[in-house]
Design a protein around this ligand. Structure first.
Ligand code: SF4
Length: 251
């Protein structure tokens, strides 16, 4: 076994960098409304391969906006379910269509593919650019389908900090709480991408901000696959995952 991957127990897929939002706080910078996306069949093969080598406890799909490509998302989660991965999560901004029938159809597909937790990114930043009504339709459909759903806000400075964005976020969250949707701890905005550009007055140069999503390259816990298939220094479109695992070295 590759010693740098001895504790690997999670798989993450950035389904696409394309997004329906252009949020001011986005750590990825500006997003296009279309673009490259993960190949669901190759991703499913990778999930099966990795599960035959490691005890994988959780899998997450996110973006960009992953539900721009619901069929690919569902192929990944169905394989995760079939391979016995217990925690199968999706992070979405909930806005991929205004068509209520399509929104409900996607919610039904998600439950059918075994997604068992949805984190809905709603807050002052998302709702500055994303209309809330279609998001509520999606939230209601997910709730009805019986998938665990939580509102997942991004906080500026801290969840307790009193600033105009956080105040607006509290108001938005109240609308989801009124629908019976609980709120997760959310995450604190990290100075990266658009956040540096548009929110720099909230970050202080003397403070040491560590990237909450960064893994130790010598003890990798999560295999994170990019839309172009890149993962752990290899690529799942060109190489079998067993070779990617064998050849991984920290850089
Ligand atoms: S924060 Fe999320 S919803 Fe907003 S642009 Fe970035 S990926 Fe899209």
């Amino acid at each position: 076994m590759n010693p740098y991957l001895r504790n690997l127990n999670r798989i993450e897929f950035v389904v696409t960098y394309a997004c329906t939002g252009q949020c001011k706080h986005c750590s990825e910078g500006s997003h296009m409304s279309g673009g490259e996306h993960i190949d669901g069949d190759a991703a499913a093969r990778m999930v099966s391969g990795l599960c035959s080598m490691y005890q994988i406890d959780s899998l997450m799909t996110f973006g960009g906006e992953p539900l721009l490509y619901p069929d690919e998302v569902c192929k990944i989660h169905a394989t995760a379910r079939d391979m016995g991965i217990v925690k199968r999560q999706l992070i979405t901004n909930g806005y991929f269509s205004k068509d209520e029938e399509k929104i409900r159809d996607v919610a039904a597909k998600l439950v059918g593919s075994g997604v068992n937790a949805v984190l809905l990114s709603v807050d002052a930043f998302h709702q500055e650019v994303i209309p809330i009504e279609p998001v509520k339709v999606f939230a209601a459909a997910v709730q009805e389908a019986g998938i665990l759903l939580k509102a997942h806000p991004a906080w500026l400075v801290s969840a307790e900090d009193d600033n105009p964005y956080n105040r607006q976020t509290h108001e938005i969250l109240r609308q989801f709480e009124d629908m019976g949707i609980p709120v997760s701890d959310g995450n604190i905005i990290f100075p990266s991408g658009n956040a540096i550009k548009y929110l720099k007055e909230y970050f202080h140069s003397e403070e040491d901000y560590s990237d909450p999503y960064e893994d130790d390259p010598e003890d990798v816990r999560a295999a994170c696959v990019s839309p172009n298939g890149d993962v752990l220094g290899g690529n799942i479109y060109r190489t079998d995952i067993t070779d990617v695992i064998e050849n991984y070295k920290p850089v």
